[in-house]
Design a protein around this ligand. Structure first.
Ligand code: PEP
Ligand code: MG
Length: 761
């Protein structure tokens, strides 16, 4: 049964036309379940009804015609109850509605299961039978399983615009919804950057009618030649080391690459109109399902070899097409998974906005986009990259909406918004060089979150008075091996020199989670709960010591270094890290030539409070370190157990959750009690409502990206500290994040700061 199920779902997702996919699926389900009829009804929310879209058993002329209201009939009942309904004699059920045009007179038994994606009913899958009988539990379980699996495929098909509407300009307007990743609006040409070779991430696409299939076949043949050469070289290299028959695997690969095997089938698919990458995916997926179903364990294990071979072919195909990508002067980058390295590469080459099909609003790619002041949408529903490539689009980084091929009216509307945004930015810039002080005289320090390898010029002009968080991992990412002590020293000298008279807080390497180094790959099931931040660097003192030595060395003249440790979850980690920092300090003191009376500056050491366990150990931690800085991005993810990188749970990630606000308040109170200087460097600090609450809690240092300093300064200068305490006290008494958001929005409106609410909070 499992193989049948897999085959049905695979074929469904491989079909580019939704209607024909649904028709094929209902026939397969009907025959697998041995019934007399299987039908699917899709929800139309605008008209509040289900439409009979495909059936094997009901009258064909009713497809696309027959509708059933959301509150009508047995289909409506399944939708309303959001659970399967199994009825032996449907015609005598009080909800039964007779629709003569579907010709179901002979059908008596009914089983319907809702198709639900992310809590939304997308449609209903039904089976019917002439004989009056209740379907058994296994049948019910099968229908529920297939509905659940189809839900994602149907949602994706809808997202791909297969149900889209034609616009008056004759083009297809696709409105896709993602997660607002970085505020701002961009209007321009989309350029798709291919993901790393992974067949799983390829979405199926047909070649445009007028494009040349012979060229696609040529591309494929070249990729095969290149792949064969790769295998030959690998086999030669390995034959020196391996003498047994493990090298036979290369024989297996070469056989699969023969024109009579994969090659032939892929060429056939291209002839049928699929793009080369889609053809490759279709054929490889088909092999995978067949091999997975084999009895022989040896042959079954070949599944991973076939997947590897497919990915290698894909890599060679992508290498060829990437060579032909033309970059316009200004463009919006689209990728499966936008990485920090991509942003670093394109930031000075006309990059205007970002669309990442994966990730969420607190992924590091989104944080970097905000730092670069680029509008971004994350976690956009599955859409083939190729369908987006070269299209003109509007990126609404406030709402997370992406409009592909917009008409003139929509473009005008957004151009107006771009203008409004510009005037708001100009308005807040008036206060850029004034102090951040409330109307009743409470002052607060606004610091910078920095870390991109370039662009310090902007930092100096931002209005900040120091660096509160320098993320050292970013320069580590755009390289091919760990930087040497000397390279790091030069880099850190540059950073420390940006604010020579103020403290610059440098965080030690914080990789793992969603930040990986190309030359230090980490593969884990739960990366955010795994080997991350200080856990890695304590396990690799050779990496940690080199970095700390470079930092201390770099601070020799400016003497403004503070070292911050990420992902601390216990006192032991702090003790171990301090021991290593001391070791680096003493080693350097004896190595560096010091003139008489000169001493090597000793940096202050602080920790990030971002793992909930530390909230209950503040007293012990206070005895060991010089300062605390709250990482509200991670603190929110760990307190709420919501992966900050997963778009499926993005709606649950909320720094205004009562638990998060109460934790932040406790931290502020305890830090004051233990006399430890406190700051906050998560994204919450750069939101007007967040800054207001943090000010009231007693945070007197907020660190944020350079583009938000003026805005937050404006907010601080337009509020009253005493009033903010009253607002905080009420916010802390509320029980849901929703109540807190609407209360804070209302308060900001009353304070005359409503413009910031609408501007995408
Ligand atoms: C945080 O977790 O809030 C933080 C500032 O660090 P990062 O976002 O780099 O994990
Ligand atoms: Mg963090």
């Amino acid at each position: 049964m499992l193989t049948t199920l897999r085959t049905i779902v695979l074929e469904f997702s491989q079909n580019a036309e939704l209607e024909s996919a649904l028709l094929r699926m209902v026939s397969q389900v009907k025959s697998a379940m041995n019934t007399d009829c299987c039908s699917v009804y899709l929800a139309d929310y605008q008209n509040q009804h289900f439409i009979l879209t495909a059936s094997d058993g009901l009258a064909r002329q009713s497809f696309g015609q027959t509708t059933i209201g959301f509150a009508e009939g047995l289909v409506g009942l399944v939708g309303q109850r959001e659970e399967p309904i199994n009825i032996a004699d449907a015609k005598n059920h009080p909800h039964y509605v007779h629709a003569p045009e579907v010709e179901e007179e002979e059908l008596t038994a009914f089983l319907g299961a809702p198709i639900i994606h992310q809590r939304k009913v997308l449609g209903i899958l039904t089976i019917q039978q002439k004989q009056a009988r209740a379907f058994n539990e296994d049948e019910e379980a099968f229908l529920v399983t297939i509905s659940a699996q189809l839900a994602t495929a149907i949602a994706n098909a809808e997202a791909r615009g297969l149900l889209g509407q034609k616009q008056d300009n004759g083009k297809w307007l696709k409105q896709l919804k993602g997660i607002a990743g970085a505020p701002g609006i961009a209007l321009g040409q989309l350029i798709a950057i291919q993901p790393k070779a992974d067949l799983e991430s390829i979405s199926l696409e047909k070649i445009e009618a007028n494009s040349n299939r012979a060229i696609q076949i040529e591309l494929f043949k070249n990729a095969v030649i290149k792949t064969r050469q790769d295998f030959e070289q690998m086999s030669i290299k390995l034959s020196d080391i391996i003498q047994d028959d493990s090298l036979n695997i290369f024989e297996f690969y070469q056989q699969l690459l023969e024109p009579s095997n994969l090659g032939h089938e892929i060429t056939e698919k291209i002839q049928q109109g699929w793009t080369t990458q889609s053809a490759l995916k279709l054929v490889v997926d088909h092999y995978l399902v067949q091999f997975q179903a084999l009895e022989d364990p040896y042959l079954r294990e070949r599944v991973s070899d076939i997947r590897d071979l497919g990915n290698r072919l894909l890599f060679n195909l992508q290498q060829q097409s990437q060579l032909h990508t033309q970059f316009p002067e200004q463009f919006i980058l689209v990728a499966e998974d936008v990485t920090a390295a991509m942003l670093a590469e394109y930031q000075h080459k006309g990059l205007q906005g970002i669309i990442s099909l994966r990730g969420s609003n607190n992924s590091h790619a989104a944080i970097l986009a905000r730092a670069l002041d680029l509008p971004a949408i994350m976690g956009v529903e599955s859409i083939p990259l190729g369908q987006l490539n070269n299209q003109v689009a509007i990126v609404d980084g406030y709402s997370g909406e992406l409009f592909v091929a917009p008409n003139e009216a929509l473009k005008k509307e957004y151009q107006l918004l771009i203008q409004e945004e510009k005037s708001l930015t100009e308005k807040v810039r008036e206060v850029i060089h004034l102090p951040a002080i409330t109307q009743d005289g409470r002052s607060i320090e606004l610091l910078l979150n920095a870390g991109l390898s370039t662009g310090f010029e902007h930092s100096k002009q931002s209005g900040a008075i120091g660096i509160g968080l320098y993320r050292t991992e970013i320069p580590f990412m755009s390289r091919s091996c760990f930087p040497t002590e000397q390279e790091q020293t030069h880099l850190y000298e540059e950073v420390l020199a940006v604010f020579p008279k103020q403290a610059v807080t440098m965080r030690t390497l914080d990789v793992g989670g969603d930040k990986s180094l190309p030359y230090f790959p980490i593969t884990e099931d739960n990366p955010f709960l795994g080997w991350r931040g200080i856990r890695i660097t304590l396990d690799h003192p050779e990496i940690f010591l080199v970095q700390v030595r470079a930092m201390i060395r770099a601070s020799f003249h400016t003497k403004n270094l503070e070292i911050m440790l990420p992902m601390i979850s216990s006192v032991v980690e702090v003790d171990d890290a301090i021991r290593l920092i001391n070791q680096a300090y003493f080693e350097l003191s004896s190595e560096i030539f010091l003139e008489k009376g000169q001493v090597l500056p000793r940096p202050k050491i602080g920790i990030m409070l971002e793992v909930p366990s530390v909230i209950f150990q503040l007293k012990e931690l206070a005895q060991r370190v010089d300062f605390f800085s709250v990482g509200s991005n991670d603190l929110t993810q760990y307190l709420l157990a919501v992966d900050r990188n997963n778009p499926r749970v993005a709606n649950l990630y909320d720094a205004y959750h009562p638990a998060v606000l109460r934790a932040l308040n406790t931290i502020a109170q305890d830090s004051a009690k233990y006399l430890v200087p406190l700051s906050l460097c998560g994204e919450l600090a750069s939101e007007p409502a967040g800054a207001l609450l943090l000010l009231a809690m007693g945070y007197d240092k907020l660190s944020m990206n350079p583009h938000n300093i003026a805005k937050i300064k404006w907010v601080i200068r337009h509020i009253d500290y005493q009033r903010s305490k009253v607002i905080l006290s009420h916010a802390l008494s509320l029980s849901t994040a929703k109540q807190i958001h609407s209360y804070l929005n209302e308060q900001l409106e009353q304070l005359g700061l409503g413009g910031f609410v609408r501007a995408g909070m």
